[in-house]
Write a protein that binds this ligand. Sequence first.
Ligand SMILES: CC(C)(COP(=O)(O)OP(=O)(O)OC[C@H]1O[C@@H](n2cnc3c(N)ncnc32)[C@H](O)[C@@H]1OP(=O)(O)O)[C@@H](O)C(=O)NCCC(=O)NCCS
Length: 313
Amino acid sequence: MDGVDVRPCSAADMERLRVAWPTRDDVHRFHVGRTADGSTTYLVAWDGDEPLGVGVLNWTGPVGARARAAHPDVVELNHLQVRAGSRGRGVGSALIGAAEQAVRDRGLDRLAVGIADDNPDAERLYRRLGYAATGVWDVTEYAWTDDRGVRREERERHQLLVKRLHLFVVSVTLRNTAGDLLLVRKRGTDRFMLPGGKVEPGETHVAAAVREVAEEVGLDLSPGSVGLLGRWSAGAANEPGMVITSDVFTAPLPGEPAASAEIEELRWLPIDPSIDHAADPSLSPMLTEHVIAVLLAGQGGGRQPHHPGANPA
Ligand SMILES: CC(C)(COP(=O)(O)OP(=O)(O)OC[C@H]1O[C@@H](n2cnc3c(N)ncnc32)[C@H](O)[C@@H]1OP(=O)(O)O)[C@@H](O)C(=O)NCCC(=O)NCCS
């Protein structure tokens, strides 16, 4: 939703919040009080002076005992609530996005939510935003006061969903005789990116780059020919809310690439200043925000030594 500002609740915000969004149990004061020791952050979504929604970030891990035992390292977002008249307009998504950014800002990489088994609408939202089921369930019992002042006891069964927010990968720029850049599109995805992938335990970054190129496009790079072009971060091409940091290597093209089973399509991208690559929605943000500009500027060696006649069929 345009214009929504999500920020941690300050003392001044709390007074405004309590007036504009009164609650029987003074829950805003309760949640702000809990932030004093740094274990939680109370996020509030504002449209100007009007509070639209809230959520609590639990920095110390999941509240549920089973979830905490199984996933002690995640940050958990609880008590997510958008005011009844403001739902379905993107406020919840904005709160979740701000929570994800706050987690990334602390150098942490996983955010979790507990979703009750009787809340399929909220579950649909979380799934769409990339939260995955863990199969870990907890039961919570709590009391609250409804709008008519009636005290109610609830027993809620909820599953932990977790989303990874940051991923480190390696990738490689390979260029043909014309200087065009080799891109791959993975099966079942829409965007083109550099060949590459995750580093396996115990592997060097160069070894991972050599392995990924062999697996994806069938080319054998000599590790000594692989040099670092740079390290950048950008939004993931195919997963909403995920940020990728990549060591981007460069290497001479050693032969003719061939798409493996994991790769649906290869493409040679001309690196030409007259082309508006940023306007091409089929390219990954890593390419349009970083790699292409660096190649255009001629950094990292510009055109690379090549294998004569190397072009995909
Ligand atoms: C769940 C909730 C936080 C989502 O906030 P929101 O601002 O409505 O969400 P967005 O506008 O960003 O996204 C809309 C999506 O939210 C989900 N949603 C859940 N409850 C909804 C509601 N009452 N109205 C509209 N969307 C709702 C739907 O998946 C919807 O997607 P759809 O368009 O595919 O139907 C909000 O609806 C709410 O406060 N619900 C009551 C409290 C609650 O269930 N909290 C979650 C605890 S885990």
